[in-house]
Design a protein around this ligand. Structure first.
Ligand code: ADE
Length: 250
């Protein structure tokens, strides 16, 4: 069982996304638990203020530290003496974090639980970074209005890796990026659609030949579309040979 606690100022954004498909199934099967907490509930004072102007001036608003610290402590059930002592990873979603890749999803899928903190406004008070977060993750080099969609991305990418989450236990191993390559092309019936034929090899029934074709198409596709991935992919000598034929320097 993997437990996610998501801290956000907009809990309503999470309505629906986890209620269908794989995540829903994983919830129903008890593979994951997802709790969404409103940071505003932990803001002191009548007005429950969660942001304030930056010291030193300049535009924008900054997320105050206290509501976020209190929310994390409420979720943990004890005060945070130091982040080094935290037994649960506290992950900030921010464009300044390490890039979320399939390897990171695989790493998180091994954890028993994690806390995801979604930022809003121009940013977090730096003390949240330095004294509360144990990790910072970005889902890509672009800026969103908050960490909510990134948190959904992480929950979905991690959940589908949990044993039992996918109907086919081998499906996650075949996905694009699972072995560092993009996936080979897929075809289904009919064998001819508007004059477009399915590659003959797939209709041949030669299992080994089909596998060889798929591997080569995955390599070709990765070389054509994302050559940057080849440096990290697990390649055999035969793979390298094929890529060299395509003009890759591997
Ligand atoms: N918050 C805003 N943009 C983000 C991004 N790209 N990744 C993670 N959190 C974010």
């Amino acid at each position: 069982m993997l437990r996610f606690d998501i801290l956000t100022l907009f809990p309503g954004l999470f309505c629906g996304v986890f209620e269908e498909s794989i995540v829903r199934r994983a919830l129903d099967m008890g593979l994951v638990e997802i709790n969404v907490h409103n940071i505003r509930d932990y803001a002191p004072g009548k007005h429950r203020i969660t942001d304030d102007a930056p010291y030193g001036g300049g535009g924008g608003m900054v997320m105050k530290p206290e509501p976020v610290f209190l929310a994390v402590e409420a979720v943990l059930g004890h005060p945070v003496a130091s982040k080094e002592a935290l037994e649960v990873p506290v992950i900030l979603l921010t464009p300044q974090g390490r890039l979320f890749r399939q390897e990171v999803a695989a790493e998180l899928a091994l954890l028993p639980r994690m806390i995801l903190i979604c930022g809003r406004y121009e940013g977090f008070d730096e003390r949240i970074r330095t004294h509360l977060a144990t990790d910072e993750i970005s889902i890509g080099d672009y800026v969103l209005s908050g960490g909510e969609i990134p948190a959904m991305v992480i929950v979905e990418a991690v959940t589908r890796l949990l044993p039992g989450a996918l109907g086919d236990p081998l499906a996650a191993l075949k996905d694009s990026h699972a072995d560092g390559l993009l996936e080979y092309p897929h075809y289904t019936r009919p064998a001819e659609f508007r004059g477009l034929r399915v590659p003959e090899i797939l209709l041949s029934g030669h299992h080994a030949e089909v596998e060889r074709w798929r591997r080569r198409e995955a390599l070709r596709r990765t070389w054509e579309r994302r050559p940057d991935l080849l440096g990290r992919a697990r390649l055999t000598e035969e793979d390298r040979q094929f890529l060299r034929e395509l003009g890759a320097d591997v």
